[in-house]
Design a protein around this ligand. Sequence first.
Ligand code: HMG
Length: 436
Amino acid sequence: MQKSISGFSKLSKVEKINWLIANHFGNNKQAKTVLKSYWNEDKKLQQLHDEFIENTISNFYMPFGVAPNFLINERLYVLPMTIEESSVVAAASNAAKFWLTRGGFKTTVLSTEKIGHVHFTFKGEKDTLRNCFETLKPQLLKTTAPLTKNMEKRGGGILDLKLIDYTSKMPHYYQLEVTFETADAMGANFINSCLEQIAVTFETLSKEASNLKGFLPEVIMSILSNYVPNCVVRAEVCCAVDDLSLEGHFTGNKFAEKFIQAVRIAEVEPFRAVTHNKGIMNGVDAIVIATGNDFRAVEAGVHAYAAKSGQYASLSHATLENNIFRFWVDLPLALGTVGGLTALHPMVKFALELLGKPSAKDLMQIVAVAGLAQNFAALRSLTTTGIQKGHMKMHLLNILNQLEANPAEKEQLITHFKTNSVSQRAVFEALKNLRA
Ligand code: HMG
């Protein structure tokens, strides 16, 4: 029977660990050793990590890899990638190398607007609310002036404020919809602060408004939206179809035909679309995490965008016209290169420096390219060798570690599997034979 506890948050880190080990691990010292083995010896660095979140008891490592040779808009980048899954970094690097000699990646930021809402109910007549909103609008905008002053200096601020009638979906439900430009910040705190200020002012001024005929708006909540269909970047590659030919596999035309069919399947069939887009997110999330951005927000927004037609579909598209193969992806990405963890986490700082201290717009482009590259690598494998060959080749070390192979055994088996296909069973058998 597990015990509940009151006041856990007030315990010291050591007390928290002691309580956990005593109550959930039968006082097993090994569990404590595992936690401690992930503490950083540098006390200042450890404290920094302890304070990122609440109730921290240890650190959780993720590998930090790099993918070189990304030619983006004529500039070469090495991409930082934080991800636990084998073969993703290799696939990104492989795609980067492929496109390096075919013109590289091109990107365009299509829009950068973010959005937030004051959700409220109003039980009076719609027209009285509309008139009241129009009267109050200048004051609602003015009330955010102290909050928007600095953002305006950086080229951002509030772009628009609208009243939206949602009563057809839910009785009495309206929104104040606010659009923002947040320059190099992801902007969540800025947006939420502005929204909360607008909400307070809206409720206060409504009480004084004489034209609402006794009905008052009641604010439910004020919050940014992680759905950013007007903050979109396009990444694309194109080349002559003959340049796609894969030695030992297909002609350029055959490869393009199969590749485009694979994309088309993801455009029309949701089961495939989810896996297809997961492949894109392999690249997107790895850089979003490495640069200290909020991958949950990005994931939620991207998948909503993939379903914007009413059916979940592929985020990427491909065509073959006049012997030119074109492959592109549009992604809604609200990212920041200032604020949040960007100035705090040493590895995030390293990642941003590696990318040449990008602006938020630059980072949108780099992340979209990583998504497209990943999608290209996966589809190229899927439509030629199958995914398992390359994926399992990269996964070999994980299997060997799982089977507790020693360094000499690893070396011999890596050589063995250069010419044999990798599977859990095959590695198990090969290690058994080696040990025998
Ligand atoms: P390969 O042709 O056997 O590799 O591909 P290679 O040994 O000939 O090397 C070619 C290049 O690949 C290298 O160039 C590297 O750029 C890269 P070099 O550095 O030699 O100049 N590369 C590596 N980079 C770092 N470490 C390595 C490494 N090996 C090669 N160890 C590869 C092998 C795995 C790259 C290829 O088969 C591939 O791209 N496969 C796709 C793998 C993939 O997509 N993995 C994601 C996980 S699967 C998934 O979750 C998504 C999925 O479900 C999505 C979907 O369904 O659409 C598939």
